[in-house]
Design a protein around this ligand. Structure first.
Ligand SMILES: [Zn+2]
Ligand SMILES: [Zn+2]
Length: 153
């Protein structure tokens, strides 16, 4: 069982199954959305996510039609990405303790911040990795990447 929540503690959640692979997107939009070098994000298995406190204190921001982010309205922590109104994944920084996954790939390093020096040995891709380009399926667009198309900043 994985548990997590926001900085102020009003919003809490749990995930009943192991998280999917972790990833970090370094595009300019994710830097804004996550207030850092990029996203740190892992998908959840369908039906495994439950809000346990403070769901009524969530703010929701639709980043691109059908995709969005949820954050605590009190402290501002970004907690999850949504797809079609359902929780699609969680921000690794909001997980209590060890989420059981590491960052397994870096996306959009071609537009990372000049102050961002990526460590570790996980593969780095200038844009989307090949696994997310197949067929242009909308389900393969990372919801933590707020917006589609070229990242030109
Ligand atoms: Zn909070
Ligand atoms: Zn991004």
């Amino acid at each position: 069982m994985i548990a997590g929540g926001c900085f102020c503690g009003l919003v809490r959640y749990r995930v009943s199954q192991p998280l999917g692979p972790g990833r970090s997107c370094h595009c300019s939009r994710c830097r804004k959305a996550f207030s850092g070098a990029g996203s740190a994000y892992a998908e959840v298995a369908r039906g495994s996510f439950t809000w346990t406190a403070g769901e009524d204190n969530l703010g929701r921001y639709e980043t691109t039609p059908g995709w969005g982010l949820c954050f605590c309205r009190t402290c501002g922590s970004t907690l999850c990405g949504t797809a079609g109104g359902e929780v699609h994944g969680v921000t690794l920084g909001s997980v209590d303790g060890d989420p059981g996954v590491e960052i397994g790939m870096h996306l959009f390093v071609g537009s990372k911040a000049p102050w961002d020096h990526i460590g570790g040995r996980a593969p780095q891709y200038a844009g989307f990795p090949p696994s997310m380009q197949a067929g242009g399926m909308s389900s393969e667009i990372p919801p933590e990447r707020p917006g589609r198309g070229r990242d030109d900043q």
